[in-house]
Ligand binder design. Sequence first.
Ligand code: C5P
Ligand code: C5P
Length: 481
Amino acid sequence: MANAERRSLNSLMALVSEAAQLISEEAGKGSQILVLSHFDADGLAAAGILGSALRRLKSSMHIRAVDGLDEETLGQIPIDSSDLLVFADFGSGLLDVLSKKMMRKAIILDHHQPVGTPGDKILHVNPHTFGFDGATEISAAGVTYLVARALDTRNLDLSALAVVGAVGDMQDRGEKRSLHGLNSMIVEDGVKAGSVKLDRDLVLYGRETRPIHRALAYTSNPFLPGLSSQEDKCLALVTSAGIVVKQDERWRTLADLRDEEKQNLLSAIIRAVTSKGVAGKIALNLIGTAYTLPKEERGVPTRDAREFSSLLNACGRMNRQGLAISICLGERGQTMDEAQEVLAEYRKAVAQHMTWVTETPERVEELTGIYVIHGEGTIDENMTGTISTILVSSGTFNPMKAVLVLAKTKEGELKISARGTEQLVTSGVNLGKILQELTSKHKGSGGGHDIAAGANIPVECEKEFFKELDEAISQVLKVRI
Ligand code: C5P
Ligand code: C5P
């Protein structure tokens, strides 16, 4: 590690220790601690890490996960009813507002690009402050894990949840879909603690738990045209690759396959996507780093970090945050069965939305630098993020344009989920910054990461907003509208 980087890491870790110290003092006094987190996989994993650490401190706590943090949500939360408030996976985008509102001490454990200045009541722990990229190098669960580790060495086992949060936020963008940056330090902790194991493998969804054809059909990253969500086609493909799908009446899983069978499977997948007019190399993204959590039982979704994150994401977005948090806190049995039912419902809803997008091309508007998918009235407001993530990885859109999925919220606002590609980000497009700047002008709220961001705006601004957004992106890319 270069000297400058080490200095930055030291400064980050000093702040991490300060946060741990404050939490430990409050827990020691018997204070009531409120943990407020985002409802996606990373936010829920962060809440689980903090919840487990507080339980080890025998602290009194309450955890609540919400779909986002804006002034309106803040108004509905009794932020001053607890002795200490900890924000996980949000807060950094609202520093000025929080500084004004908070009457008591609060801690923000976040990885989004900061906006504003934290006042003296707020301990703001964010990797961006020290030159680390919160979009790729560490997630909110990772930041929260660092604090938990500083509290107690027993918490090294919580590194597994930090890995779940990081893959949930798609930070596995290192070589062969590995975690990198500060995340690799966390993975190392996990390996030492026996909580995380790394394997180079085909990264299908449900490596250990699902029949091979179903794991293939369930894989949406990368989205495989003609295969994703299509179990019958996947079964035909697996069989055509010469793979015996059942052994002693039991469906074989990817984990049961020999290397040669995996190679044959990959070749068949490449042929299938190429026949749909998509570059076969997109299928090579299936070869990656699998993160197994060996302390979890075999055959359950929590044993694979990516599956674990999908389970959490589904529960959060289906408004079953309590279920997700219980799982992060270690509950299994009936809670796990229920969560799997929620996941099945969620998958059905995602597949329906994807079919709608594919079959309704007239609702996809293509501008110079963006695609706008007009899901108002059809797409659920909690689904926009998932749909835009799947669409951008599908290879069916121009990678030099951002994908925006729209939905109408129950309050009658427009909800926007924006996703870009690495190519777009490398060319200088920072979706989080652009949305944050534009929304402040249009009486909305927005922000996030360079590659994945979101916004809420009044419907009447729609036309002007997208025109300006298209201009802003085109200007960075130097393409003329
Ligand atoms: O609030 P938060 O940062 O956790 O949300 C980021 C969202 O962006 C997640 O839902 C994650 O899956 C998504 N994402 C993405 N592509 C990336 C990075 C993140 O779609 N490359
Ligand atoms: O909701 P979605 O998954 O699209 O959010 C992507 C990213 O944008 C998340 O990191 C989220 O915290 C951020 N976002 C935001 N303000 C909004 C909506 C989303 O900062 N109004």
